[in-house]
Write a protein that binds this ligand. Structure first.
Ligand code: DGJ
Length: 753
């Protein structure tokens, strides 16, 4: 990223040049260059993606000899921008099409291009955007398969201030017969060597987005989802980095897909040790019929280039996704400190219980109360009522609106949980519309968490949901919505689609979700939306375009949250990561950690509590009040500061994590250091900080304030130069070190003098 602080000083530029002599394009900003050329045979080739190159030079070496097709050159690793199969390139293709005669060959050649300022939206799909046309330049290149009339428009937008390029494809049938598109990637990038490591974010429920790293090797390596959601298992993201790349330095390339459904992210190293990366909708369980005149747009992929290590990649994604993917009034507003009812009550509550919790929350400074699952239909457990978005008057005799008003009277705002895409067999909706649930006629429909999925490709279902949810959200002072999705999709089939279009189900499902999300967020712009899918099962850029924050994980244990939040931060900004303090023993792992440790982890995100505050001791309530006050004092920093990773829980034995947030002017920062297990004879340890201003002096205040050695030794005023070369002293000594025990956290507040 071109750092914010540098932006004012440097003269930032963005440009896309077309050189008719060499038939090449040069897309560039101050941090990267992307060179493309039209080869002799009309194929479009990517020539260079990486360090910025000066404009106006011939680049003879880079452009190389012109490629005239694969005849007599089988195996030549020529770089292609939207590769096809069946004409001599045996690597993974970006597009595959089945023609009316059953043949599958397609040969795309250059047909024209346009260069313009700004960045147009992709119809029906979320994407990054600009607020001013000067913020980006866009190149669109039309490619054409002469034999079939299929046309592909590839679009690249290069941002002026961020080392990122957004890319998508639009596939049109300008021929005379219908075709079936069976692969439609958003991005394909050829890189001339394979000396890279591949980093992915993988995990499972309650253990999302763990950092997994391996060396590239010949063959294909992919991560994907076939679950109907981007998934807990893999995030739609890959990172390539040089083996020597660190957090701070070295080359790295990020690949992120703005999509919430079935995706594929794949790397292939061929026999010449060149690397092809492709990213897009998962071709498995996908096909799309294109009748003459129809068009299919792919989701957007966002490429980031950095020579400043993984940290540089994250800086670019954080800024782009926080400022030009998230939208609406809540994009820039401070997010409220919430109390969420889920782990405090589960399904077992009534109005008086909730109002007692609200009163206790108000006493400690919490700003918004979220009523989670269980308020509608007759939902006393998870076996019923999804789809019946009507209040359960047994629990809430005054309705949602009555409760919301009482919460407001107590000085808090009110939020509500919904799970729009789902239907319970035991529900009025299912009794009325059994055919609205996804399933294949004549086959058993598999339940998960006792629920079925609504046929979101059907417009009338989306219309119905928009109507009933608008009624609920418009009924009273509702300021926040948590949109959950608690199962993946089985027996994929839509009653609205003809046989030849059933391959479109998964993509149309997500288009239906985006349609509903878009309509609700437009109708209720003042509501802060948080997305969720059984924790972080759909924590992806697609949903960030509608809901600026996401429930990071159902695992609220502080030690488990360290790797989850650390991994998530590779791509996603702190403003997108909801993080709550919950009760102990923790409900997911049974671990007991201190209240301070739990807060010290949850501060690094959008902060809140998820417990029953009426069950807390008086002493804990005092502690919580101090925590809430601390977070509010530093909220701007926690939610919008630059996040810098210092020590990885994925390195060594994973016993330590450290990170820091720093303001854009580097005058304020908060560092966090965490240790899972205490060890005897602590080493002399200095936590070297980054991102500060070497010329400034900082007052260092440990949090929580305490008298142990780490607090005393690290307090006082220290030079930024010293903090970034020598660092903060972390070790405790003797009995103090023993007294620390396990699961500890130390924060250090740094303020420039
Ligand atoms: C899964 C979510 O991640 C939880 O936070 C909670 O909302 C439950 N669903 C409710 O069913």
């Amino acid at each position: 990223m071109v750092a914010a602080a540098d932006a004012a000083a440097a003269h930032l530029s963005v440009a896309i040049d077309w050189d008719p002599a060499t038939r090449s394009f040069h897309l560039r900003n101050d941090a990267l260059s992307y060179l493309l050329r039209v080869h002799a045979n009309g194929a479009l080739g990517g020539v260079h993606f990486g360090r910025p190159l000066a404009p106006g030079k011939a680049r003879v070496e880079l452009l190389g000899r012109e490629f005239g097709g694969f005849d007599n050159r089988l195996g030549d690793p020529i770089a292609l921008e939207y590769p096809t199969s069946g004409t001599g390139d045996f690597r993974i293709p970006a597009i595959e099409v089945e023609h009316a005669d059953g043949s599958t060959v397609i040969d795309l050649t250059y047909a024209g291009h346009r260069i313009a300022s700004g960045k147009p939206p992709i119809p029906g799909l979320p994407s990054t955007y600009v607020e001013d046309d000067a913020e980006a330049e866009t190149l669109e290149v039309d490619l054409r398969d002469a034999a079939s009339g299929i046309e592909v428009t590839l679009a690249w937008s290069v941002f002026r201030d961020i080392a990122a390029i957004a890319r998508h494809a639009r596939i049109r049938n300008a021929g005379r017969s219908a075709v079936r598109v069976t692969t439609a990637m958003s991005l394909s990038l050829d890189i001339p060597d394979a000396k890279w490591e591949l980093v992915q974010l993988s995990g499972r429920w309650a253990r999302e987005r763990q950092v997994v790293r391996r060396a590239l090797a010949p063959g294909r390596h992919s991560i994907s989802s076939r679950r109907g959601a981007s998934s807990h298992e893999h995030n739609p993201f890959l990172l390539l980095q040089r083996p020597a790349t660190t957090e701070e330095q070295g080359e790295a390339i990020g690949f992120s897909l703005v999509y919430s459904g079935n995706f594929l992210a794949e790397a292939e190293v061929d026999s010449h040790d060149s690397t092809r990366i492709r990213l897009g909708i998962n071709p498995e369980q996908f096909s799309w019929r294109l009748a003459p005149g129809e068009e299919l747009a792919t989701p957007e992929a966002v490429l980031v280039y950095s020579t400043a290590g993984q940290g540089g990649v994250s800086d670019a994604y954080h800024r782009l996704y926080r400022e030009r993917l998230a939208r609406g009034p809540w994009r820039d507003r401070p997010r409220p400190v919430v109390l969420n009812s889920w782990e405090g009550t589960y399904f077992d509550f009534d109005e008086s219980k909730l109002l007692a919790m609200v009163a206790a929350a108000g006493d400690v400074g919490i700003e918004l109360f979220v009523l989670d699952d269980g308020w509608f239909g007759r939902r006393d457990d998870d076996t019923s009522s999804l789809g019946d978005w009507v209040v359960d008057r047994r629990k809430l005799p005054n309705g949602v609106d009555g409760l919301a008003r009482k919460v407001e009277e107590q000085g808090l705002r009110f939020g509500l949980w919904i799970e729009p895409e789902m239907i319970s067999r035991r529900s009025r909706l299912f009794a009325d519309h059994p055919d609205w649930a996804v399933g294949i006629p004549g086959r058993h429909a598999t339940e998960s968490r006792n629920q079925l999925v609504l046929d979101m490709p059907r417009g009338e279902i989306v219309d119905h949901l928009f109507g009933v949810l608008s009624d609920v959200l418009g009924s009273g002072p509702i300021s926040y919505v948590k949109w959950d999705m608690n199962r993946n999709i089985t027996e994929p089939f839509s009653a609205a689609l003809p046989a030849e279009r059933q391959g479109e189900f998964f993509h149309r499902y997500i288009l239906g979700v985006y349609d509903l999300f878009g309509r609700l967020t437009r109708a209720f712009p003042e509501i802060l939306f948080e997305s969720c899918a059984g924790g972080g099962g759909r924590f992806d850029p697609g949903l960030l375009a509608f809901a600026p924050q996401t429930w990071t994980s159902d695992d609220t244990d502080a030690m488990e949250r360290l790797p989850i939040q650390y991994g998530t931060s590779l791509v996603y900004p702190l403003s997108s990561m909801a993080a709550h303090v919950s009760a102990v023993p923790n409900h997911q792992v049974g671990r007991v950690t201190s209240l301070d440790t739990r807060a010290a982890v949850a501060f690094f995100g959008v902060f809140g509590y998820e417990l029953d505050p009426t069950a807390m001791s008086a002493e804990d309530r005092v502690t919580v009040a101090a925590q809430v006050a601390f977070y509010k004092r530093h909220r701007e920093l926690f939610q919008r500061g630059r996040f810098v990773r210092l020590r990885s829980p994925f390195d060594g034995d994973g016993n330590e994590t450290a990170w820091l947030v720093v303001s854009a002017d580097a005058r304020r920062a908060i560092a966090g250091w965490y240790q899972v297990l205490n060890r005897p004879v602590p080493r002399v340890d200095r936590l070297r900080l980054r991102g500060l201003d070497a010329s400034l002096d900082y007052r260092v205040t440990p949090w929580p304030a305490r008298g142990d050695a780490s607090g005393r030794a690290s307090g006082g005023t220290r030079g930024g130069d010293e903090l970034m070369s020598s660092g903060l002293i972390l070790e405790g000594r003797g009995v103090e070190a023993v007294a620390r025990g396990d699961f500890i956290a130390r924060l250090f507040v740094l303020e420039a003098q």
